[in-house]
Design a protein around this ligand. Structure first.
Ligand code: HEC
Ligand code: HEC
Length: 155
C-alpha cells in the first residue's frame, strides 16, 4: 500500500517536471546554430488598448501589425529604444504621456497622428502615399483619414 502511494507520487513528480521543462524550452526555441544571450518577444499583431485617462473617442480601437511593417527598422517607431533593453509602449511616463492635449508634442494623440513626423502612423503613411502616387501605385488605405482605413467603422 505504502509503496503504491510512493510510486504514484513519483509518477506525478516526474510528469510535472517534464511539463515544466517543455514549457521552458517552448519560450526560447532556436536552432542549434545560435547560442542566444538575450531574447525579445513582441506581438505580431495587436489592438491598441487606450491608456485610461485618454480623451474619449467614438472610434473603435486601431489594429496594428508588426508583420506589415517588417521592412521598417524597429527604431524608426521605437525611437527611444537602445536596442538592448525592453521595448516600451508609446504612453510610457516621460514619452507620449500627455493624454489630454492633442496638439502637444508629448501627446498620446500626436504619437500616431502627427502629419509632420515620419515616425507617426499618419505622417509616414501620407509620405508613403506621395511616393506611391509618383510611381503610379495604389495608395495605402490608411491615409488620408477620410476613408477610415485605420478606425474601421463597427458594423
Ligand atoms: C511602424 C512602427 C513600428 C515598427 C517598425 C516596430 N514597432 Fe513595435 N510597436 C509599434 C507600436 C505602435 C506598438 C504599440 C505601442 C503602444 O501601444 O504603446 C508596438 C509595440 C511593441 C512591443 C510591445 C511593447 C509593450 O508595451 O509591451 C514590442 C516588444 C515591440 N513593439 C517590439 C518591436 C521590435 C523588436 C521591432 C522591430 C523588429 C518593432 N517593434 C518594430 C510600432 C512599431
Ligand atoms: C515609417 C513608416 C510607417 C509608420 C510609422 C507606420 N506605417 Fe503603417 N504602413 C507603412 C507602409 C510602408 C505600409 C505598406 C506595407 C506594405 O503593404 O508593403 C503600411 C501599411 C499599413 C497598414 C495596411 C494598409 C493598407 O492599405 O494595406 C495598416 C493598417 C497600417 N500600416 C497601420 C499602421 C499604424 C496603426 C501605425 C502606427 C501605430 C503605422 N501603420 C505606422 C509605413 C508605416
Amino acid at each position: 500500500m505504502r509503496s503504491k502511494v510512493m510510486l504514484s507520487t513519483l509518477v506525478v513528480l516526474v510528469f510535472t517536471l517534464a511539463m515544466a521543462t517543455a514549457a521552458f524550452s517552448e519560450g526560447g526555441k532556436f536552432s542549434e546554430i545560435v547560442d542566444a544571450k538575450s531574447t525579445l518577444c513582441y506581438p505580431l499583431e495587436l489592438t491598441f488598448k487606450r491608456p485610461s485617462g485618454v480623451l474619449t473617442t467614438s472610434f473603435v480601437p486601431v489594429k496594428f501589425s508588426h508583420g506589415q511593417h517588417a521592412n521598417i527598422a524597429c527604431t524608426t517607431c521605437h525611437h527611444m529604444w537602445d536596442g538592448k533593453g525592453p521595448v516600451e509602449g508609446c504612453a510610457t511616463a516621460g514619452c507620449h504621456d500627455n493624454l489630454k492635449e492633442r496638439q502637444e508634442a508629448t501627446s498620446y494623440f500626436r504619437a500616431f497622428h502627427d502629419k509632420n513626423s515620419e515616425t507617426s502612423c499618419l505622417g509616414c503613411h501620407m509620405k508613403t502615399n506621395i511616393v506611391r502616387k509618383e510611381k503610379g501605385q495604389k495608395p495605402l488605405s490608411v491615409a488620408p483619414c477620410s476613408n477610415n482605413g485605420c478606425h474601421v467603422a463597427q458594423k
